[in-house]
Design a protein around this ligand. Sequence first.
Ligand code: MRU
Length: 345
Amino acid sequence: MIETVRFDNDAVVVLDQSKLPGEVHFHRCHTPEEVAQAIRSMKVRGAPLIGVVAAFGLALSMLRYQGPVSGMDTYFEYNRDLLASTRPTAVNLFWALKRMEKLYRYEKRAGLQQVASRLLEEAQCMYEEDIAVNRAIGANGEALLAADSRIMTICNAGHLATCGYGTALGVIRAACARNKVNMVWACETRPVLQGARLTVWELMQDNIPVTLITDNMAGYTMKLGKVDAVIVGADRIAANGDTANKIGTFSLAVLAKYHKIPFYVAAPLSTVDISLPDGEAITIEERSQDEVRCCAATYLTVPEVEVFNPAFDLTPHNLISGIITEGGVIKAPFAEELQRLKEGR
Ligand code: MRU
């Protein structure tokens, strides 16, 4: 499948997801500012992917640095903060930047050239690790699904949101390889339409059966008995299992509970933020009002109307049937097992 990010000849090259499915276009970022802008404007999106793209951006900054050795730290910190300021909710971004900083502090004595090339290697290593982790999530999650499953998802937690294979869609891919998938119900995911534009495109590329619904059709589709499981991704999971994910996830979880349908979150352990006891402290990004007012640059409403546009919501842990990670499937109560896996025990 298509590469979502690569480092090529002094540029971070990202698949421009804002143009999908109409156009497959690769956007070259030559500076850390351009990398930050690609994340902010959602040319690249999805928690694991923005972490790795930011890591490449930080490596790029040091490869381009031409100032004195005495200014290296200030320059590194400036670019770290620039990349960290792009999107607030997905913890993978901060996790990746912290990992890069740790390496920078350790390697900087060896000189600029050495530290820059080690940072690039580390970003490449994160890229490869992400794919391996997603495959493990897929294998662990697939076992939860029965033959002929009909699975509902929201947003895009797929290949496109990661370095490859995907988290929620990774589980679906693994289940599909075992002929267990009858249908994927893709919620369109207003206002940015990641479900309609990206999930549908990605699944159809792989010949995985998919049906598109608008977000407000989810409850009725469940009521008709057409959904066996809901699987979503995550942007940040607090220590008790509370999960921030794309806006609309919470509604699906409530609907799933009402209809007695299992509701799973699939995410790498890098998405778990053990420093937060519960989800209340997670910053929920609010995006431009025009994302809701417009569709494809055309106003759907009165241009002056006031809009509330939270990009994510919070699903309380008691609505989650299981958290699928590379370390295994965690069932409630989540806290102890999340902590154990996070600490690598
Ligand atoms: O705003 P986005 O498109 O970056 O939001 C993405 C999601 O909410 C995904 O479900 C989440 O990041 C997990 S991606 C594997």
